[in-house]
Design a protein around this ligand. Structure first.
Ligand code: AMP
Length: 396
């Protein structure tokens, strides 16, 4: 079956068409600037990339262009839309309603709407993506795959915050965690790599990208993760602050004479690596700046690396001694310098890597630990789209 995987943002839409038998990507692409003007980048496997400025007043128009591109006689990869057997939609927040992927029905859409308050920037956009696909592909089964679902196995001691219990009961304020599709996919690969059945393996996944989170996976279940009610919690990220003393929020508001909303914008968009360094959020730029002697960039990278190591140390407790630590996502797979910085901190707890192997490992599945390390350390490329396609096929 051919599965269309859709990841819909407020003004963008990423897609991949995957053949579920061969697990090959047939085409992938991106619609940007939806609602502003519109641009499609379409890359069919084995053919030239197509880039076009197209008027995309809304997401339905964008989906229309995606379907046109997929069936185009020149840049297309299928003869007709009938070849697409299912659509898998990435949904950011499933609250406590969804602990696994589901086939999309009107009731499911209502339930996703009911938890949208927890992800006001993401869930409404995800729902628009579903509606647009339903309009243009009537009758094609669709599946919702949630970023939060994998973490619904966390025990209470991991997901409750130290606030009055009534806020959990009234508003669902708790740790939910994100990047679940990636953590689930990478931890399964990690279990295979250490030669253990998934339900007996203890894996720590460090998903380090523009957004970053760490996950403790014990016996095939997420038992703790660093992101919380929202993806702002945990590690400092590209532009997000990560965890901080909550008093800082009111203190900045008071000192800078800005509203609560403005402080939240600072913490979401102007903090993290970009805010600490003044250089930007891209780790390649940060590495280059640090190498050129920029002290703030160097400090930001050290703050990031130290915090990643601290979470890994904490999650050694959560899993009870990991079989493997897996680095994944843009930074985790490619940034050899940041991995080295993180692993330096882990030496104190017996985690040892071969720095020469680490230095040449970019984007390929590779063991970077030495034989005398307390646990294996692997670089494992993530593949969220493939994971979504697999879930979709399993359900339809
Ligand atoms: P992601 O969110 O997983 O797409 O990751 C994006 C981040 O990965 C960006 O900050 C990139 O700078 C970083 N990244 C990608 N490739 C490299 C690389 N070769 N070296 C360092 N960082 C990289």
């Amino acid at each position: 079956m051919k599965v269309l995987v859709i990841n819909c943002g407020s003004s963008s839409l990423k897609y991949q068409l995957i053949d579920s038998q061969t697990e090959q990507v047939l085409a992938k692409g991106l619609c940007e600037r939806i609602g502003i003007d519109g641009r499609l980048t379409h890359k069919p496997t084995g053919k030239d990339k197509v880039e076009k400025d197209l008027a995309m007043p809304d997401h339905t128009a964008a989906v229309g262009f995606v379907l046109d591109a997929l069936t185009d006689p020149v840049c297309g990869v299928v003869a007709s839309l009938k070849e697409i057997g299912a659509v898998g939609h990435r949904i950011v927040h499933g609250g406590e309603k969804f602990n696994k992927s589901v086939v999309i029905t009107e009731d499911v859409i209502k339930d996703i709407e009911s938890v949208s308050g927890l992800a006001p920037l993401h869930n409404p956009a995800n729902l628009i993506g579903i509606r647009s696909c339903q309009k243009l592909m009537p009758g094609v089964p669709m599946v919702a795959v949630f970023d939060t679902a994998f973490h619904q196995t966390m025990p209470k001691q991991a997901y409750l915050y130290g606030i009055p219990h009534e806020f959990y009961e009234k508003y669902g304020i708790r740790r939910y965690g994100f990047h679940g599709t990636s953590h689930s996919y990478v931890s399964q690969v990690g279990a295979q790599l250490v030669g253990k059945p998934y339900n007996e393996a203890k894996i720590i996944v460090a998903h380090l990208g523009n957004g970053s989170s760490i996950c403790a996976v014990k016996n095939g279940k997420s038992v703790d993760t660093s992101m919380g009610l929202t993806p702002l919690d945990g590690l400092p990220m590209g532009t997000r602050s990560g965890s901080l003393d909550p008093t800082i929020i009111s203190y900045i508001a008071e000192k800078e004479h800005v509203s609560l909303e403005e402080v939240m914008t600072i913490l979401n968009k102007k903090s993290g690596m970009a805010g600490m360094s003044g250089v930007g959020s891209d780790f390649r730029d940060l590495d280059a700046a640090a190498s050129a002697g920029n002290t703030l960039a160097d400090e930001a990278l050290e703050v990031f690396s130290y915090n990643v190591a601290k979470f890994i140390g904490a999650y050694q407790v959560a899993v009870g001694g990991a079989d493997a630590i897996c680095f994944t996502a843009g930074v985790g797979e490619n940034d050899v310098k940041v991995r080295a910085r993180i692993c330096k901190y882990l030496e104190g707890i017996g985690v040892k890597i071969d720095y020469d192997v680490n230095a040449v490992t970019r984007g390929t599945q590779t063991k970077i630990s030495t034989d005398d390390s307390i646990c294996a350390v692997w670089v494992v490329p993530t593949n969220e789209e493939l994971a979504i396609a697999r879930e979709t096929v399993a359900l339809v």
